[in-house]
Design a protein around this ligand. Sequence first.
Ligand code: GLN
Length: 205
Amino acid sequence: MSGINIGVLAVQGDVVENLMSTRLAINELGMQGIVNEIKSPDQISELDGLIIPGGESTMIGHLSLVNGTLKKIKEKVEAGMPVLGICAGMIMLAKKTKDRVVGEMDQPLLDVLDIKVERNAFGRQGNSFEAEISLDNIGISKFRGVFIRAPAVIDVGKDVQVISKFNEKTVAVKKGNIICTAFHPELTEDLSLHKYFVSNINRKN
Ligand code: GLN
């Protein structure tokens, strides 16, 4: 089939919601494409874009390390494949992480984006919340941010662009083919972020 081929890493977390939002985004943009769950490393080479969903980054990291998916994703992202990391997905893409309570963390990461992420930066489960945010630099002036045990970016390397802040904390960043959000766009009906991601993907295969 012609069209773009997008994957949603399906180890754990908000997989189904991201499959749905991405398919709807492709439709609304009038593009052609398929969106599939990614469970094994051999599915990665044919992808044009990947979403790493929210969930539990320690679990996503360990399980993807064991079956070799982590290594394949890293190679593909370093070769320029567009990737959207959401919440735990943002943590996975980072170079370094620490937990707000536990401190420095040593968990498997992709280490493809020069940022340091603080896990649970807004508190734990009880502190999940929704807030109006904006991502003006990518043309989204108003967005409902759903924050669930959300991380925040506490250090950004050179050339990493901050695209959204909430309460002085950095909650979305971008560099080249990589975009990360601390909040969950797949849990709103607003498709603008998924559309932004999809519209920047070109078919390569
Ligand atoms: N606190 C989670 C983590 O570390 C992320 C939460 C989320 O993805 N909603 O991994």
